[in-house]
Each structure stands twice: as C-alpha cells, then as structure tokens.
Design a protein. Structure first.
Length: 227
C-alpha cells in the first residue's frame, strides 16, 4: 500500500468512527496502571517549563493529550482525522488540536521538547515507519523525549468492521526488537521499555503491549582544535 493510500484509508476510517471511538475509550486509562506509569515517567522528563511543548501525535479524541496536561505537561494534539480533531476540541476546549500527518509534520526542526505516539503507528505500514521516526527525530529538540505504545507481534490484520461501523483498516503488530532498531536508525536512543501482557479488556483480540521511552541526544561537543 502506498503512503497516500494508507493515510487516506486511516483518515476515512477514523472520521467514520470518531464519536463512538471517543466514547468507548474515554476512561480506558483508568484501568491501566502500567500504561499510566509510563505516561507519568514521560511527564517527569518533559513537564519542566524550559522543556517546551509536547506533541501528542495521532491524538485521536484527545484523551492522552488531556491526561498529559493533567500531569503538568504543556501538551497539544495532532491527528490525521478532521472528525477526531473536532471531537477533541469539543471535549477539551482549553487544549490545542491540529490536523496533520506523522509522515510530514507541520512543525519546525527542534520545535518540541517531547512527542508521544500512543498506538498511533499501528496503522502505519512497516516500510513507512522509518519516515515517521525520522520526522519525530527532526521535530524533537536535543534532549527531547519520545514515548511510543504499540502492539507486540509480527503480523498484519485487516479490519472490515470496527467500533460499530464498516471500515477498511489495516493494523500492524510489530516485534519490539524491530521498533528498537528503527528508533536507533532514526537517531533516537532507547532509555526504557515495558512489555505487558494483555488485560481482561484486551483478551482475546489483542496480545502483549509495548511501551518504549527514548530521547534525541544532544550533539557531541566539537573537539577543541587549539589543543
């Protein structure tokens, strides 16, 4: 599938399910302490005033953006789906949400102190992931942090129906070691990883879940030529 084709399919699917998706997942984090722990650890790194803004990439209806804001993070959301952005703006009118694609972010180099991709790469074909991670590296300031959540496995599933609607959407389960390799190739340094078993709400449709925390290193000091 070409990049434009998968982006179009993803946008159409989430425009279709936006309202029902938001209602279904509104309180999901309440029952996932390990997920919240990774978000809390990320927040500790990026909530200092000098850290700058944090982009929730693929923010959907904005629940993770709002959760980060509640942890003291200066967060804003970006999503491919205009209908998702509309839901997020209605639900959290005090927060900023913008339309955009992770493959070509409308952000300057080094513009953000942190970025989150909370299951928002699961529809990205594996061959496009290097583009996404390169964009994240580009927009992160030196020392900026990146948190990604994804499904563990090595397969593609096609969803003809989801959240009560007929859709056409691919979902990718990815090997953690492959994601780690792609992050490294993009210039990001892996700091921590958590892989947890599926909880009761996720069985049997889903398997293990992974959470990686990484950072963009500062450029090494130039050697002193006078010595």
């Amino acid at each position: 599938m070409t990049e434009s084709a998968y982006l179009h399919a993803t946008q159409v699917a989430y425009d279709t399910v936006a309202v029902d998706y938001a209602e279904l997942f509104r309180d999901e984090l309440d029952t996932k302490p390990l997920d919240r722990a990774m978000l809390a650890a990320f927040a500790e790194y990026v909530r200092a005033p000098e850290a700058g803004e944090v982009a929730d990439l693929g923010c959907g209806p904005g629940r993770v953006t709002a959760h980060l804001q509640s942890l003291g993070v200066n967060a804003f959301g970006i999503d491919l789906s205009p209908k998702m952005i509309a839901v997020a703006r209605r639900s959290y009118p005090d927060l900023r949400f913008e339309e955009g694609s992770m493959t070509a972010l409308d952000l300057a180099d080094g513009a953000v102190g942190g970025a989150v991709a909370w299951y928002s790469t699961v529809h990205t074909p594996p061959e496009v992931l290097p583009t996404v991670f390169a964009e994240i590296h580009r927009v992160l300031a030196p020392g900026g942090r990146f948190l990604i959540a994804f499904k563990v496995g090595d397969e593609r599933r096609h969803l003809p129906r989801g959240y009560g609607h007929e859709i056409s959407l691919d979902v990718y389960w990815m090997p953690p070691e492959h994601i780690a390799e792609l992050l490294g190739s993009a210039g990001l340094v892996l700091d921590a990883q958590l892989i947890r078993e599926p909880d009761e709400s996720e069985r049997p449709r889903s398997g293990r879940q992974a959470f990686f925390l990484a950072h963009k290193p500062h450029k090494p000091d130039k050697p002193d030529k006078s010595s």
